[in-house]
Design a protein around this ligand. Structure first.
Ligand SMILES: [Zn+2]
Length: 135
């Protein structure tokens, strides 16, 4: 069965994309666009009072184990389709981005890479946001 892509609207008119399967279980949460470095991530808050905690959409989609990092393969931090995500150790993740010259050049965050985003038509919506001074 081909997977269908769905979108979830975040705060600041940002949009995250994900597979229909994950959309069905995650659309009920109230998602915010949270800036980390120059990249935005979809986050939600669960729990009550002191038990509250923030969860990232990409980590929920990839079922990232505690202590591991969820990497966006195409460097688009709001493309949360399962095929774009992979779980790895912090060391492997650091190594990956160390070889990632564009990321090093353009960003102060792990996934902020406007240059790379512009190269891929699929991720142009985020590249536009990056160039927009209002963000
Ligand atoms: Zn990464």
């Amino acid at each position: 069965m081909a997977s269908t892509t769905k979108t979830i609207l975040l705060t600041d008119d940002m949009t995250a994309i994900l597979d229909a399967y994950d959309y069905a279980r995650l659309y009920r949460y109230k998602w915010r666009a949270v800036k980390h470095g120059r990249a935005y991530y979809a986050k939600t808050t669960v729990g009550v009072g002191v038990k509250q905690c923030d969860l990232s959409m990409h980590r929920m989609v990839a079922h990232t184990p505690f202590g591991m990092v969820c990497h966006h393969k195409n460097r688009n931090s709001l493309d949360n389709r399962l095929a774009n995500l992979t779980n790895m150790t912090r060391q492997d993740h650091d190594m990956l981005h160390r070889n990632d010259t564009l990321t090093v050049k353009f960003s102060d965050g792990p996934h902020a890479s406007p240059g790379e985003l512009l190269e891929s038509p699929k991720t142009n919506f985020l590249a536009t946001k990056v160039k927009n001074p209002n963000f």
